[in-house]
Write a protein of this length. Structure first.
Length: 455
């Protein structure tokens, strides 16, 4: 029997219209050799190969997009580009069970003061409990900016960019760290155009507007929105987040936190994550409008962690000049905000203890602090150490007699349990119960000499 080439064998075997194998012949005997009929399965293989090819092409395309994104978006903190993908271990702050991310919003190209930060917010994640907290810092807070003296905190990014292009993130981070006495592990900066485009790319966001909002002074004309649930486009969400002329900067900060959580919910939904068109559009926006000092693997790990945060445990705080707020309004030729106590202690207290049970705010206990140490100023020091936690410190006085040990006296017969629990843990003592003869206070703290080394 003569040997046949592969080409000859393939030419002999053909599919007919019915899907059966056509007969071939043995060359020596010319006797027909029949093959078993087979159903045609080539179409299945072709579909599988086509799908695999599409995934490969899509993967290569998205990989390239990720590379371009990395070059534009990720600045510092290690190797640029896709090399930043290869990282492992814990995120900064994870070992301490608190990761702090500074979020900055700027006008960007085409706006007055393009590098002035319109939004300054610290997002903190507590991995052990899947909690997230947002602390908004008003842009008018008057602070020291390293290398530039005193100015409003929203100028830090602009000063940094003037010093050296790309340095705005670093100077903003340093300034906020100094004010809050809180380590800022990562910083993300987005401009207005990018903010609006991302919201459009994810199909808009659903926001519950708590009150009617009317602003005839909005830069692009009168802005009005009614109370109730609204589906907002990027442009609408930007107006809602920026308007402040008829409300306040503090109300605006609350709205910004509200929009941010709506974006978070939409970004982490399967309808977005599994939609390649949306993800491609988002990648296009990220590279041109967002800058960060984290590596790619850190951003991915942080995003995964953010997805797991419990919506029922979100904490929102705004540094403001309300009756119980830590700030006061002032004027030095322009409107500014200053710490009510003359220093940053209360602000730093709020930042440090933001994950403390929000029940302290609900209880709003009225506190009296008596100095029984014989050392002047100890009542105020104690007050500063617990201020900003939702308690109302209504009296700072000297005790009638000296005390060696600190006391916590509960005048409510247990009606303020969360506040009592917080104070007991802070001062490492047990409280006692006794009525307040004046009827003015819920709790009295008698500061003893044992606190002199800690205050």
């Amino acid at each position: 029997m003569s040997k046949k080439s592969i080409e000859d064998i393939l030419s002999d075997i053909e599919d007919d219209d019915s899907g059966e194998i056509v007969k071939s012949q043995n060359e020596s005997t010319k006797t027909p050799v029949k093959f078993k009929k087979k159903k045609k399965k080539h179409w299945k293989r072709r579909i599988i190969l086509t799908v695999v090819a599409l995934f490969l092409v899509g993967g290569i395309f998205l990989g390239y997009k990720a590379y371009v994104l990395a070059q534009k978006m990720f600045q510092g903190n290690g190797a640029p580009g896709l090399l930043g993908l290869f990282g492992s271990g814990q995120l900064k702050g994870e070992a301490q069970d608190r990761i702090n991310v500074l979020l900055l919003g700027i006008g960007g190209a085409g706006h007055d003061g393009p590098n002035l930060t319109d939004t300054i917010m610290v997002a903190s994640i507590k991995p052990s409990t899947n909690q997230v907290a947002f602390l908004s810092v008003p842009r008018d807070l008057y602070v020291s900016i390293p290398g530039h003296g005193k100015a409003k905190i929203n100028a830090a990014d602009a000063y940094g960019e003037e010093d050296k292009p790309g340095n705005g993130i670093n100077l903003s981070t340093q300034t906020v760290q100094n004010v809050l006495n809180l380590p800022i592990h990562y910083t993300v900066r987005v401009d207005f155009s990018g903010f609006a485009k991302i919201i459009d790319d994810i199909g808009g966001v659903d926001v519950n507007v708590e009150n009617d909002l009317y602003d005839p002074y909005y830069p692009d004309g009168t802005y009005y929105i009614t109370k109730g649930m609204h589906h907002m486009s990027g442009a609408e969400a930007l107006k809602y987040a920026r308007s402040r002329e008829t409300t306040s900067d503090f109300d605006r900060a609350k709205r910004q936190q509200q929009i941010l959580m709506a974006v978070r919910d939409k970004l982490t939904s399967t309808s977005t994550l599994l939609n390649p068109v949306k993800m491609n559009d988002i990648l296009n926006v990220l590279g041109d409008h967002i800058k960060t000092n984290m590596q790619i693997w850190e951003a991915k790990r942080l995003f995964d962690m953010f997805q797991k945060t419990d919506k029922t445990k979100i904490i929102n705080k705004v540094l403001d000049n309300s009756t119980n707020g830590p700030l006061v309004s002032a004027n030095n030729g322009t409107y500014i905000l200053l710490p009510k106590t003359g220093n940053y202690d209360e602000i730093q207290n709020i930042a440090k203890n933001i994950f403390t049970d929000s029940g302290l705010n609900d209880e709003a206990a009225k506190i009296q602090i008596l100095n029984a140490t014989g050392v002047s100023g100890e009542a105020k020091k104690t007050g500063d150490s617990i201020s900003g936690m939702g308690m109302q410190i209504n009296d700072l006085s000297n005790a009638d007699e000296l005390n060696s040990a600190t006391e916590i006296i509960d005048h409510t017969n247990g009606a303020k349990p969360k506040t009592i629990d917080f104070l007991e843990k802070k001062f490492c003592i047990k409280s006692t119960q006794a009525p307040d003869p004046t009827g003015l206070y819920d709790i009295t703290i008698v500061v003893g000499k044992d606190q002199l080394s800690t205050n």
